[in-house]
Design a protein around this ligand. Structure first.
Ligand SMILES: Cc1cc2nc3c(=O)[nH]c(=O)nc-3n(C[C@H](O)[C@H](O)[C@H](O)COP(=O)(O)O)c2cc1C
Length: 307
């Protein structure tokens, strides 16, 4: 399992933690990196100075590499892009757009750039712009999603680009990692399982909701306006779908979800909050440390792959 990714990123195992908004703060990022994967701080919509603080706090907890996920639609993306360089971060993943305008600055600082993509076309474009790898994310994932499944997207992206491909979406154990490798991935990105790690600061109600979830418990909202999001079914998703069916505008629906991820993550409101999680939630049955999760997954994947 010694692919190009661990070498490229200076990590031990080919496991990357998703840069999850509100969830991926310094405790989680440091714990994943300490355990041999790559931990990420989720920039989300946070101002540059907040991200800087998070990076500094994570660096106090680990000397191993950590990365930052930059949400390109954030009003603070320009600031966050600069903070990353100033703080000596060496790996960036990007979501919701094209990171081309930051490429020169990041490359000059020796930063590895890994855009998250949901289609072959975007993967090819990112390779042309100088990306070092891509995360091919299937719609099984928690959070904002595309339309392709991981099973169909990963091999098609792997065939289309020569940079390494990291599979994301629906991977929660060693079988998922082994399957992703068989599809042509050289690493995996995991979100939902790490949400329930002991080091994750997510409210216990949120963790318990994932632990108790069944396979069919997630719902996708926002398809009508082309901004689909996967989260666990609750009062919020039912209300959202009802308003979508009524033909409410994107702005009205956005207003409904304003601050609701934060409400679920920090306050534990799993009824009216947005409990972002992927379809693999149904398989996740306990809280463990990131180290326990990573070692268990690597051992299982290693056996399956005969390595
Ligand atoms: C609570 C939550 C928040 C997320 N927020 C972001 C985000 O801000 N930026 C991003 O690129 N991906 C985000 N994601 C997606 C993850 O980074 C990751 O790609 C995905 O969770 C992988 O699929 P899985 O949930 O099946 O493991 C989020 C996922 C979850 C569960």
């Amino acid at each position: 399992m010694n692919t190009r990714i661990p070498q490229l990123l200076g990590i031990e195992y080919p496991i990357i933690q998703g840069g999850m908004a509100w969830v991926a703060e310094h405790h989680l990022a440091a714990a994943v990196s300490e355990a041999g994967g790559l931990g990420l701080i989720g920039g989300a919509n946070a101002p540059g100075e907040v991200v800087r603080e998070e990076i500094r706090k994570a660096k106090k907890l680990t000397n191993k590499p950590i990365g930052v996920n930059v949400m390109l639609l954030s009003p603070h993306a320009d600031d966050v892009a600069k903070v990353i360089v100033e703080e000596g971060i060496k790996v960036v993943t990007t979501g919701a757009g094209n990171p081309e305008k930051y490429m020169e600055m990041w490359k000059a600082a020796g930063i590895k750039v890994i855009p998250v993509v949901a289609s072959v076309a975007l993967a090819k474009r990112m390779e042309r712009y100088g990306a070092d790898a891509v995360v091919a994310e299937g719609c099984e994932s928690g959070g904002h999603i595309g339309e392709q499944t991981t099973m169909t997207l990963v091999p098609q992206v792997a065939d289309a680009v020569s940079i390494p491909v990291i599979a994301a979406g629906g991977i929660g154990d060693g079988r998922g990692i082994a399957a992703a490798f068989m599809l042509g991935a050289e690493a995996v990105q995991i979100g939902t399982r790490f949400v329930v790690s002991k080091e994750s600061i997510v409210h216990d109600n949120y963790k318990q909701r994932i632990i108790k979830a069944k396979d069919i418990d997630s719902a996708v909202t926002g398809r009508t306006h082309g901004h689909p999001v996967r989260s666990l079914r609750n009062q919020m998703t039912r209300e959202y779908v009802r308003l979508e069916e009524e033909g409410k505008s994107f702005e009205e629906l956005e207003y409904l979800t304003l601050g609701t991820l934060r409400k679920a993550v920090l306050e534990g409101d799993v009824i009216n909050g947005t409990v972002m999680a992927g379809q693999i939630a149904g398989m996740i049955s306990k809280e463990q440390t990131c180290k326990e999760m990573i070692e268990e997954m690597m051992e299982q994947a290693g056996k399956l792959l005969g390595r």
